[in-house]
Design a protein around this ligand. Structure first.
Ligand SMILES: [Zn+2]
Length: 551
């Protein structure tokens, strides 16, 4: 009779702390606590799904209840050890808060907690997805946590600790589980494949590990699928794994990124066709491309150690060596942007193609000194000579900015026929010329109402703006200056304007003109041939153009 097939996740479920993959920090703390005999009465295991929280809780339950224990190394053969592994130990109860909100469970738990364990050292409650408990269940749990009898242990697990009440969080010892690094997943998968007697290539293992995205449980279930579909007697190749799991062949991803680095648009587009033919999801592909570029950047930095399979680290280092670090970084940045573009695009394939072409054409194929040389050459083509790029570029931009600034109007003599605004400007200029700066600044914020003989009326929307004109001395000073300019005695009248009233103050007019000039400068800067050449070579965008003479 053939042995019934046991899924890998169950068959290879870790039975001891040393079997846990990628949670060394948690294991160390728990082991120390068990050794020193200082074990908390309530634990909270947090972290993403599939990284070993419930498994760890079961191992901890065995460590606590093993007849040889409490010990970091449960024997695995005594009654409690065997029954906890099978899930039928009378004193170890597992509650799945997600399935029934646990009110009744937690209530009966409170009742049962009064009695001593039937056989084991401790009564242990493992509550999975504890954040799903209903309010009453939380309250029941809290009451037990507040005054825990010595024979009770709580092992709580959740993917969502921020949903737990602070009253619970403050009464538990918390351990944070992490996604398992790819390199560790692959090592574990290789051990399991060997134990199962299935030959599998490094590429296929890495592909499975990558698909699992840090979850050991997902990795094992993908390996299950792969083994189930694989004809015995041959090695599982990466292509087969990609086909079976609907995943991306690593070669396609690496090939596209290399094509971009070589600035080979044809090869990059060919890679897209291959990805399409193999049924790739383009959002996923763009993620993988950005990840590959990132790994290359990290591989170019000798001090960084990556948690990747060895054969990939070697390949990445080799590719990274033949390209400049600045170029790798730029391609990473562009592919990272592409990820966002593709995610939002109506047609992800087209968005990815556009992004790759942009990366091919914009990413510098050289180091910074080479770039400066290129900018110089580009500028030389436009303007004959080739002075140093930086200085020349700055001058060109400044020149274009200056042409955009409207020439200042010459001061005109003031006479009664000139428009109100113009006469008003002359009056303020005279105040400024007399070095009465506070008064001039205040007048600039005012709207001229009337400049009749004998009286100048000015309105303010905000009374605060007119404060410098309140004081009798400064007002008299202004009146003297106005009288001089207009040729007869003048009285200054300050009015309050409703907020939405018409008319423009000099300050508002200046602000508006400044905005218009900035828009014109930006436009001219964008169209300027030198600027365009620089943008083309460096791969950037113009955010602002500043007049070098601007205050
Ligand atoms: Zn035992």
């Amino acid at each position: 009779m053939p042995t019934p097939y046991l899924v890998l996740a169950r068959k290879y479920r870790p039975q001891r702390f040393s079997d846990l993959t990628g949670q060394e920090h948690v294991v160390r703390t728990l082991t120390n606590a068990l050794q020193s005999g200082r074990v908390a009465h309530a634990f909270l295991f947090t972290g993403p799904r599939g990284c070993g929280k419930t498994t760890t809780a079961r191992i901890l339950a065995r460590a606590l209840n093993c007849v040889q224990g409490p010990t970091p190394e449960p024997c695995g053969v005594c009654g409690p050890c065997v029954e906890i592994a099978q899930g039928n130990d009378v004193d170890v109860q597992e509650i799945d808060a997600a399935s029934n909100n646990g009110v009744d469970d937690v209530r009966s738990l409170r009742e049962a907690a009064k009695y001593l364990p039937a056989r084991d050292r401790y009564k242990i409650y493992i509550v999975d997805e504890v954040h799903m408990l209903s309010g009453p269940a939380f309250n029941a749990l809290l009451k037990t946590l507040e005054e825990p009898p010595g024979h009770i242990k709580f092992l709580l697990a959740t993917t969502d600790p921020q949903k737990l009440p602070a009253t619970i969080l403050s009464r538990v010892q918390r351990h944070n589980f992490q996604l398992v690094p790819l390199g560790k997943i692959v090592t574990r998968l290789r051990e399991i494949a060997q134990a199962e007697g299935v030959a599998i290539s490094d590429g296929a293992l890495a592909l499975v590990g990558r698909q699992a995205q840090g979850s050991m449980r997902d990795a094992l279930s993908l390996l299950d699928q792969l083994f189930a579909a694989h004809p015995p007697g041959t090695e599982v190749s990466e292509e087969e794994a990609a086909r079976t799991l609907g995943a991306l062949d690593r070669g396609i991803v690496a090939g596209i990124v290399e094509a971009v680095l070589r600035r080979d648009a044809g090869a990059a587009m060919q890679g897209i066709v291959r990805a399409y033919d193999s049924g790739a999801d383009f959002k996923r592909l763009s993620d993988e491309l950005a990840a590959q570029a990132r790994n290359l950047v990290l591989a170019s930095l000798p001090e960084v150690r990556q948690e990747l399979p060895d054969h990939e680290v070697r390949e990445l280092a080799e590719t990274a060596r033949s390209h400049d670090t600045a170029q790798l970084a730029r391609v990473f940045e562009l592919l990272q942007d592409a990820e966002e573009d593709v995610a939002q695009a109506a047609n992800p394939r087209h968005a990815l193609e556009v992004a790759l072409l942009r990366a091919v054409h914009l990413a510098p194929a050289g180091s910074l000194p080479e770039l400066v040389e290129k900018v110089d050459r580009a500028l030389g083509k436009i303007g004959g000579g080739a002075p140093p790029a930086g200085a020349r570029l700055q001058r060109e931009v400044a020149a274009s900015a200056r042409t955009a600034v409207a020439p200042q109007a010459d001061p005109k003599p003031v006479n009664g026929d000139a428009p109100l605004e113009e006469r008003w400007r002359s009056l303020i200029a005279a105040v400024r010329a007399a070095r009465k700066m506070n008064a001039a600044a205040a007048l600039e914020k005012g709207v001229p109402r009337s400049l009749a003989a004998g009286m100048v009326a000015v309105g303010f929307r905000s009374p605060n703006d007119a404060l410098a004109l309140e004081d009798v001395d400064s007002r008299r000073g202004v009146e003297d200056i106005f009288s001089g300019v207009l040729g007869s005695p003048v009285k200054l009248v300050v009015e309050k304007l409703p907020a939405e009233s018409g008319g423009q103050s000099l300050a508002e007019e200046k602000e508006r003109k400044k905005g218009e000039q900035k828009g014109r400068r930006l436009q001219q800067g964008r169209e300027h041939p030198s600027v365009r050449a620089a943008v083309e070579v460096l791969g950037g965008e113009i955010e602002d153009v500043r007049d070098l003479g601007e205050e």
